[in-house]
Design a protein around this ligand. Structure first.
Ligand SMILES: [Zn+2]
Ligand SMILES: [Zn+2]
Length: 370
């Protein structure tokens, strides 16, 4: 079923209506492949993209950076990270980054490949002029060097996209925090990144996880996913009361680890108030520049003996290990239940509006009729 043309959603610029266009079907470059898209996620990043809140976005783009598809065509051998051949028809996802050069100061000296200036991300910094490099399309072009991951046994598209980009991001944040057995972990933010951080904190041996967020439906999800207690920021509106809520549950000391996954700059000083002396704080939610926040360097950092860490993007390793953990723990944590709605390509605008209004936790685009 190799049609000559396929449908794709184009985001042509900030706040411009999405356009459904018919484009030539992609053919794989040598070393590359083409997927038939099964589903692609709609996430907060897509909302930011549509508002023009990310710099360096080469509009028009085809949104959808985390996707699942079936291998439709290859041009040369395609193998997984173990070197095993990936046959046609295999259900796969892929690490959504390409272009990292392995040859610049960031790649070679700092060994920080997520800061390589040539790095591009499917659905975000991939111009549509370079091909079908986003999941809101019936086909996805896998460029040479892009790492494809067959879905681990027992997982399907709904599981993987229920995790979405929050899965490896939350995994990375918890790894960065160095959560230890017996820790109390506070997660600020109950979106996909926060919920995945809550899951991986438990899998890392946290004694308990407390989630501070909104709206109520997301906090209910946090409870189902094992949070011992949740605090609704719409009900408790004063930052000092929220920090007090954490201290009441931690012997007056504060949490061992706080993960900021809220996207609100004001969460930063508030999270430091929730942290115990000598604790670790990871900021992963400030993906766009939402403004400044004021802290007290003496009280919040120096005297507190705090460790404060940023967490930008994720590497292939995080995706690979997070998927393996999902396959192992999918009975206990029902990622697929985070998916509330699925839309065809023609309804991508509605899907985006739902995500913006926080009406769902996860929304999927299903570009091909199943
Ligand atoms: Zn580089
Ligand atoms: Zn995303």
């Amino acid at each position: 079923m190799k049609n000559d043309s396929v449908d794709a959603v184009f985001m042509t610029g900030p706040r411009r209506p999405l356009e459904l266009r018919r484009v030539p079907a992609p053919r794989p470059k040598p070393g590359g492949a083409v997927l038939e898209t099964v589903a692609s996620e709609v996430c907060g990043t897509d909302v930011h993209l549509h508002h023009g809140r990310l710099s360096g976005v080469p509009y028009p783009i085809i949104p959808g950076h985390v996707s699942v598809g079936r291998v439709l065509e290859t041009n040369g051998p395609l193998a997984d990270v173990e070197g095993r051949a990936i046959p046609l028809g295999t259900l796969v996802t892929f690490y959504d980054v390409y272009g990292t050069c392995g040859n610049c100061w960031h790649c070679l000296v700092a060994r920080s490949p997520t800061r390589c200036p040539r790095r591009r991300v499917y659905g975000i910094t991939a111009p549509a002029s370079d091909g079908l490099l986003g999941g809101w399309a019936q086909r996805i072009e896998i460029l040479p060097g892009v790492k494809v991951v067959p879905l681990p046994e027992g997982l399907d598209a709904l599981d993987v996209l229920g995790g979405g980009c929050g899965l490896p991001t939350g995994f990375h944040a918890i790894e960065r925090a160095g959560v230890a057995m017996g820790d109390t972990v506070v997660v600020q933010g109950s979106g996909p990144v926060g919920l995945n951080a809550a899951i991986f904190a438990q899998l890392s041996g946290a004694l308990r996880v407390l989630v501070v967020g909104a709206p109520a439906a997301r906090l209910d999800a946090a409870r189902r996913l094992g949070a011992e207690d949740v605090l609704d920021i719409a009900a408790v509106t004063r930052a000092e009361d929220r920090a007090g809520w954490v201290r009441e549950r931690t012997g007056g000391r504060g949490a061992d680890v706080v993960i900021e996954a809220s996207g609100n700059p004001a969460a930063f000083p508030e999270g430091l108030e929730m942290l115990r002396d000598g604790g670790r704080y990871v900021v992963v939610g400030q993906y766009t520049d939402a403004g400044d926040a004021t802290i007290n360097p003496h009280r919040h950092v120096n005297r507190k003996h705090a460790t404060i860490l940023g967490c930008w993007g994720y590497e292939f390793s995080h995706l690979h290990r997070a998927l393996a953990m999902m396959a192992r723990h999918n009975g206990r944590f029902r990622w697929r239940e985070l998916v509330a709605r699925e839309h065809p390509l023609a309804e991508a605008g509605q899907a985006l509006a739902d995500m913006e209004a926080l009406r769902t936790i996860k929304t999927l685009i299903r570009p091909n009729p199943s």
